[in-house]
Ligand binder design. Structure first.
Ligand code: V47
Ligand code: SF4
Length: 397
């Protein structure tokens, strides 16, 4: 047990409930739905941070993961009308958006030839021309062009739509996708599973149960996937806990999820601009509670293009062990929704320095968390770029 957790358990002011939750979580025992809700209503930042950090360090020590990836968004036009999404409004002014052809997508992918990226993250809006045959052809073309590049593509939202259009079952559809070259599925489209909220913010697209079914089927085919939760809008704490409970149950069944990624609602350029964004304190509390609640998930990821580099660094003390990837300015969904990262791209060296500046060890991983490069002993010339960041003494290099 780390120092933080010892101090926490000796605190005389800790309530019986919070002490019992800490005992359970540190002893590897699962906490209940009610206890999850209690953390949201009664857990202060210091308590949650020290407990989540202790669990994170039990699982990973100081290791902090990232990968070298790039995003391809085939289109930013979407026929769904999710109220939180800046892409949904583009359908009304289709001429302003982009709708790439297969050749145009392949040109983007070929632009990375010779670069040491290991993953393409491919996801975008839903439009009729992007159907089963289109994606089969695309996955095959990527596979043929660059066989070792991991294809992490689409979400149950697209799969549900294209399989329904093709009149095939989820099982048959996912089998065809895997046969064409799909390696894994990103965590998007999860939003909030509870119908009370989902119908309000993401009506018409796949339900929470359908989202879970498609992941279940992919896991059954021997592939892995991620899970997200879009929080900080109109949902209540109980909906967040319900969402994580559904994920925890499916993970018990399949073991196929790799990482959980809480996504902070950003309020620019969408139909929910009147809804205030969550505070950084709430973001950190939410990371910590995810780490404590999801005992059967190996990793908790902070997606830095969405929350910004400073909060991403801080999150590493609140249960997070993964910062996603170098991204290379290839995703627009968050800059359009008001993230402070308007052109998200970080070099590997920058990411490693960001991680070291908060006293963690940087590990480059591939999509399946195999170690690609351990940067513990790598020496970089210090160009002073990170002086503005939290400067704890660096002990690991
Ligand atoms: O499903 C859309 C979210 C998701 C907004 O699996 C918004 O490694 C906040 O899932 N404010 C797509 N969020 C992104 C995603 C993802 C990102 C990084 C890594 C992985 C992974 C997955 O973005 C959507 C939706 O939940 N989103 N609009 C917004 N205004
Ligand atoms: Fe379309 Fe996804 Fe945006 Fe909803 S969140 S409008 S499904 S791109």
């Amino acid at each position: 047990m780390t120092m933080d957790a010892n101090v926490l358990l000796k605190d005389k002011n800790l309530s019986t409930e919070l002490r019992s939750i800490a005992d359970k979580a540190l002893g590897g025992e699962r906490i209940s739905v009610e206890e999850g809700e209690h953390l949201y209503t009664h857990g202060n930042l210091a308590y949650l941070g020290s407990l989540a950090n202790a669990i994170r360090e039990q699982k990973h020590g100081d290791r902090t993961y990232f990968n070298r990836n790039f995003h391809v968004e085939p289109t930013n036009v979407c026929l769904y009308t999710c109220t939180f999404c800046s892409y949904s409004r583009m359908i009304k002014k289709r001429t302003d958006g982009w709708e790439y052809s297969l050749d145009e997508i392949m040109d983007i992918i070929k632009g990375y030839d010779g670069q040491p990226v290991t993953e393409v993250h491919l996801v975008g809006g839903v439009l009729p021309q992007y159907d089963v045959k289109f994606y089969e052809e695309l996955f095959r073309a990527i596979r043929e062009h660059r066989p070792e590049l991991h294809i992490k593509a689409l979400t149950p939202v697209e799969y549900h739509y294209i399989f329904k259009k093709e009149k095939i079952s989820y099982q048959e559809g996912m089998k065809r996708m895997v046969a064409a070259g799909l390696d894994s599925m990103p965590g998007g489209g999860a939003e909030i599973f509870h119908p009370e909220i989902r119908d309000e913010i993401a009506g018409g697209k796949c339900s929470g149960d359908q989202w879970l079914d498609i992941h279940r089927i992919l896991h059954g085919l021997g592939k892995r996937s991620n899970a997200t939760m879009l929080y900080g809008h109109i949902e209540k704490f109980e909906h967040r806990v319900h969402h994580m409970e559904e994920l925890r149950k499916l993970q018990d069944e399949t073991g196929g999820f790799q990482t959980f990624i809480p996504l902070k609602f950003r309020n620019k350029g969408n139909q929910m601009s009147h809804v205030a964004e969550s505070t950084v304190i709430e973001d950190l509390r939410n990371y910590a509670i995810s780490r404590i609640y999801l005992d059967n998930f190996d990793h908790i990821k902070a997606y830095w293009p969405m929350i910004g580099r400073d909060t991403a660094q801080m999150s590493l003390a609140f249960g997070v062990d993964d910062l996603d990837g170098t991204i290379d300015d290839t995703t627009k969904i968050y800059s359009m929704a008001g993230s402070e990262e308007q052109n998200p791209a970080l070099s590997t060296e920058d990411l490693v320095k960001m991680i070291r500046a908060v006293n963690r060890t940087a590990i480059e991983r591939d999509t399946l968390y195999n170690v690609v490069n351990d940067f513990t002993d790598t020496v970089f010339a210090d160009d002073g770029k990170y002086k503005g960041y939290v400067s704890l003494p660096v002990v690991n290099n």
